[in-house]
Design a protein around this ligand. Structure first.
Ligand SMILES: C[S@@+](CC[C@H](N)C(=O)[O-])C[C@H]1O[C@@H](n2cnc3c(N)ncnc32)[C@H](O)[C@@H]1O
Length: 232
């Protein structure tokens, strides 16, 4: 394998993990108890390899990276394995999920850390190289979405990248399918506030981000969109 010096004594690895990430996903699943393992297998079959790889390549390959709404920490464990110089800081209001996330990452030897709290007001510090919000923005009440994105901008270092993976509102049938699946998970009382990808683009641009995005169609009709917003 070819490596060059990174100037700080660390050799840069040009190892390209295989796109399916099967090895990384298998290790995560094995670190979980049976019910959560089942959930992880379902989740990784929805968040297909091509989607994860798009996000993986958009996120910085080192430094502190925020995972907002990290749940059981599946993706902190995934992105931590694909680039071991990342230090992922996961945030979720569910203390049980946070404890599980910490256990999974620690059992894989990753130096990730996890905070139980609401991303809208928990203390986060600053200077993050990147942040990602994976299928979480539509769980945030509509009126709180812009302030939350603003908050994430403020905790990023200059040129930091915010990656938002969410569900766009077209095609309409895809949205309805997603809503049904989400309702099966969260019930009927929790607000679900999806937006068209154009709206996310406009909001992020109004906050001073440089925005690019790609829609990722798949076998299942989820209308996935991945948005990369770079702090100027
Ligand atoms: C659909 S799950 C996604 C979990 C994980 N990102 C994934 O893709 O598997 C949504 C997560 O967002 C979390 N969440 C909801 N509101 C939040 C908030 N205000 N701050 C941080 N996390 C939040 C929930 O607790 C839940 O774990």
């Amino acid at each position: 394998m070819r490596a060059i010096s990174r100037g700080m004594g660390e050799p840069r690895s040009f190892h390209a993990p295989e796109v399916y990430g099967r090895e990384a996903i298998g290790k995560i699943a094995r670190a979980l108890p049976p019910v959560e393992r089942l959930y992880a297998n379902v989740r990784f079959s929805i968040l297909r390899p091509k989607l994860l790889s798009v996000m993986d390549l958009l996120l910085p390959d080192e430094g502190r990276i925020l995972d907002i709404g990290c749940g059981f920490g599946l993706f902190a464990a995934y992105f931590g394995q694909t680039q071991p110089a990342r230090r992922i800081v996961g945030v979720d209001p569910d203390a049980r999920r946070i404890a599980m996330a910490q256990r999974v990452s620690s059992s894989l030897g990753l130096e990730n850390e996890f905070i139980a709290g609401d991303a809208r007001d928990v203390s986060l510090g600053g200077g993050f190289a990147g942040a990602y919000v994976l299928d979480v923005m539509h769980h945030i009440p509509r009126a709180d979405q812009l302030p939350m994105l603003e908050r994430l901008r403020d905790v990023l270092a200059p040129r930091g990248v915010l990656v938002v993976k969410d569900i766009t509102t077209e095609p309409h049938l895809g949205l309805k399918f997603t809503e049904l699946m989400d309702r099966a998970m969260v019930g009927w009382n929790e607000p679900l506030a999806y937006r068209h990808h154009r709206e996310w683009g406009e909001m992020l641009t109004s906050l001073g981000f440089h925005v690019r995005m790609v829609r990722v169609p798949d076998v299942l009709p989820y209308p996935h969109v991945v948005i990369a917003a770079t702090k100027q």
